[in-house]
Design a binder for this molecule. Structure first.
Ligand code: HEC
Length: 167
């Protein structure tokens, strides 16, 4: 009986391990856009490349880069190497509650990512595009068909990246 109990415990243990490995890491991707671009882990602690204020949309955006992309920005390496990921975090521009003249990031509007993988995304300049709202993937084929052409029209000479490094 004792031996049987141990086997049951061992089997349960292995089962739990496999389940948690699948759910928390173990190669399983987080929320993923139809383009195959997933929310990259830990993106909120990446370094800031620059910021923008879209006056037409009333939004403030933070542009962050993972280590590979950040180094490319600093060294002005073009094209960006495979493994580069850029994040654009867009917020409604709001007046600071204690200081009217200061516009600050308010409600989060969307999180967008560009992932460099020159083979996988060869049709779109080597970049995979993904859009998320509140951590959930959004966008149909029509939306994603619009990403690359606009980046191509405005930033072809910078490997389709609009953002310039702010020292
Ligand atoms: C009509 C033009 C246009 C379209 C369409 C567009 N973008 Fe952009 N994108 C820009 C501009 C301009 C910037 C520069 C920063 C900003 O606007 O805040 C930018 C910046 C970015 C950045 C930061 C890196 C960079 O290039 O500066 C990411 C990431 C991004 N866009 C993702 C997307 C995704 C994902 C889509 C499609 C769902 C998309 N973009 C569609 C114009 C566009």
């Amino acid at each position: 009986m004792k031996k049987k109990g141990k086997i049951v415990t061992a089997v349960a243990g292995i089962f739990l391990f496999l389940t948690s490995a699948t759910l928390f890491g173990g190669g399983k991707k987080g929320p993923t856009a139809i383009t195959g671009v997933a929310i990259p882990e830990g993106y909120r602690s990446w370094k800031v490349v620059s910021a923008s204020h879209r006056t037409d949309k009333g939004e403030i955006r933070l542009i962050l880069a993972n280590d590979v992309a950040y180094e490319a920005f600093q060294k002005k390496t073009l094209p960006f190497p495979d493994g580069s990921i850029l994040a654009k975090l867009a917020y409604k521009a709001e007046k600071h509650p204690a200081w009217e003249a200061a516009l600050v990031p308010g409600k989060p509007m969307r999180q967008e990512f560009m992932v460099k993988d020159s083979k996988r995304f060869s049709k779109t300049g080597g970049w995979g595009f993904g859009r998320f709202v509140d951590g959930k993937p959004v966008g149909d084929e029509k939306l994603y068909a619009s990403c690359f052409p606009c980046h191509e029209s405005g930033a072809a000479d910078q490997d389709y990246v609009f953002t310039r490094f702010s020292p």
